[in-house]
Design a protein around this ligand. Structure first.
Ligand code: GRF
Length: 200
């Protein structure tokens, strides 16, 4: 199965997926890494592992739809079966959602539906919740609203700092993102409405 990873930043989740593909935990290969940011370290990680890396500049496209049409074109060129958003900081719209219906996954650093949006970790921390966590979900037209695949909780202890919480969250991300991708690749996920069923 062919994976394509979309990433806008540092790419630690991308690295966890690369490692899981290389060591056989995920029986698939990453065909391409695409970024909307030229300076994204994720692109360098791809190069270091001989994975094609493509920068698509949003500035070259007059609208979100034309930009997403270009993304879909590149993804099809690489015969993508599953699109993995790993720190991809844009909302995905048409024609991507139709072309890759049920085949786009995202990682979010909170227990959705709490704390959607770009500040998932800090928003939970600032709100004083005792439990937050990580969600892997399929992507729909909303912001972090699609059907949930896996979640794992993280406790916020007394004296927890934002840094220590971030570290905890990233550790969980790397674990459950690779688990969710593995489940998809092995054909163990089905979506019905808002519910995802896992056949173990
Ligand atoms: C992760 O926390 C992810 O949940 C969020 O953006 C961050 C990306 O980190 N959407 P990285 O680029 O994978 O290191």
């Amino acid at each position: 199965m062919n994976l394509a990873v979309l990433a806008s930043g540092h790419g630690s989740n991308l690295q966890a997926i690369i490692d899981a593909c290389e060591n056989g935990l995920i029986p698939a290969r990453i065909r391409v890494v695409i970024s909307d940011k030229k300076s994204a370290y994720a692109l360098q990680r791809a190069k270091d592992h001989n994975i094609p890396s493509v920068f698509v500049s949003p500035k070259d496209y007059p609208s979100r739809e034309t930009f997403d049409a270009k993304l879909a074109e590149v993804l099809k060129e690489y015969q993508t079966d599953l699109v993995v958003c790993a720190g991809y900081m844009r909302i995905i719209g048409e024609p991507m959602l139709t072309e890759f219906k049920g085949r786009i996954m995202n990682i979010h650093p909170s227990l959705l539906p709490s704390f959607p949006g770009t500040g998932g970790i800090k928003d939970a921390y600032d709100n004083g919740v005792r439990v937050t966590g990580v969600t892997v979900h399929f992507v729909d037209a909303g912001m972090d609203t699609g059907p949930i695949i896996l979640q794992e909780a993280a406790r916020i202890e007394d004296g927890e700092t934002l840094d220590s919480l971030e570290e905890k969250i990233h550790k969980i991300e790397h674990k459950i993102f690779t688990e969710a991708i593995k489940l998809f690749v092995e054909g163990k996920l089905s979506i019905e409405g808002r519910k995802v069923t896992i056949r173990r």
